[in-house]
Design a protein around this ligand. Structure first.
Ligand SMILES: *[C@@H]1O[C@H](CO)[C@@H](O)[C@H](O)[C@H]1NC(C)=O
Ligand SMILES: *[C@@H]1O[C@H](CO)[C@@H](O)[C@H](O)[C@H]1NC(C)=O
Ligand SMILES: *[C@@H]1O[C@H](CO)[C@@H](O)[C@H](O)[C@H]1NC(C)=O
Length: 279
């Protein structure tokens, strides 16, 4: 993906000291299939510092809120790389070294992990005109959304799109594919055989549906074979927003309220994004 301008996000993140209250622990749901999720019961944590265990969850509010963003970890895949994203976060100031607080810094390509594409990603004149992630419509990124399962034996072609019978009026769709079954977002090595939209599938969506938010479960909404052409079809009208690298594991298909918030990065054609589904 040579056209990616790799924006460096460099900002200090105040380290949050996690404490587990009994009320937090009560809603913990075990999702053992997601690496890093801690299903342990925080209420067991004692006052002893060594035993404080912060909750790491996929689901909140007694199953009402699903976190569909991936954790940013060094071993998560990076586009066309075998090495994962690598080290991107470090402790720049530490209490152990006399600082008043622990303070981390990070440096990350803007299309890392769960992220959003702005029109400038594949259109140079849109980039130059300033169609960056700060200009994306939050109304498109937040609202009623349909999570659908795509047939597992094909890329998303016009024929597949047609077969999904997505009702008109549906403006936000998250497409769950074979990528989720294959756990590609949990694999360090980039896999170009991921499922995505073929050009005719993207065209069909643009011409025959009201969909403006397209969500997908690997690093690109466009299949590798149609990487450029499918992106061009989606982004040309500057109305469709692509949210890529979603974590759709263990979430029932159906209607939700989706909430996706990119960072406000003027000049960036991509941004990490936090997305949740609420039932
Ligand atoms: C601050 O960072 C140090 C590493 O230098 C770590 O051992 C310590 O637990 C951190 N302190 C707090 C309060 O998070
Ligand atoms: C603390 O400072 C020492 C000496 O400058 C350095 O080697 C070490 O990596 C620092 N540790 C942290 C956690 O910043
Ligand atoms: C989808 O397309 C990719 C090429 O972009 C190909 O490698 C892969 O086998 C296709 N997947 C399916 C399920 O047809």
């Amino acid at each position: 993906m040579d056209s990616i301008v790799q924006f460096l996000l460099l900002f200090a993140v105040g380290f949050i000291v996690s404490t587990c209250s009994v009320s937090v622990a009560a809603t913990t749901t075990a999702y053992p299939s997601i690496p890093g999720t801690d299903s342990s019961d925080c209420s067991l944590a004692s006052e002893d510092n060594d035993k404080l265990i912060p909750p790491r969850r996929e689901v909140y509010g007694n199953g009402r809120i699903f976190d569909i963003s991936h954790r940013y970890v060094t071993d998560m895949p990076a586009f066309e790389s075998n090495d994962g994203i690598g080290d991107f976060l470090w402790l720049a100031k530490s209490m152990k070294n006399g600082s008043v607080a622990n303070q981390s810094e990070m440096k990350l390509p803007s299309h890392t992990g769960t992220h959003v594409d702005a029109p400038g990603h594949f259109y140079d004149h849109y980039f130059d005109a300033g169609f960056d992630v700060d200009t994306l419509d939050l109304e498109v990124l937040n609202g009623v959304a349909l999570l659908v399962d795509v047939p597992r034996n094909k890329n998303i072609t016009a024929e597949v799109m047609q077969s999904l019978h997505i009702p008109s009026g549906i403006r936000r769709v998250l497409f769950r594919t074979l990528n989720t079954d294959r756990r590609l977002m949990f694999q360090k090595e980039f896999d170009s055989s991921y499922v995505g939209f073929m050009e005719d599938g993207a065209k069909w969506l643009v011409e025959n549906t009201d969909i403006k938010l397209v969500g997908i479960d690997y690093l690109s909404a466009a299949a590798f074979a149609d990487l450029k052409s499918s992106h061009l079809v989606f982004l040309e009208g500057r109305e469709i927003i692509l949210v890529e690298g979603l974590k759709l594991d263990d979430v029932p298909a159906g209607l939700y309220s989706v909430h996706c918030l990119p960072l406000r990065l003027p000049g960036a054609e991509g941004s990490p994004i936090r997305c949740i589904l609420i039932t």
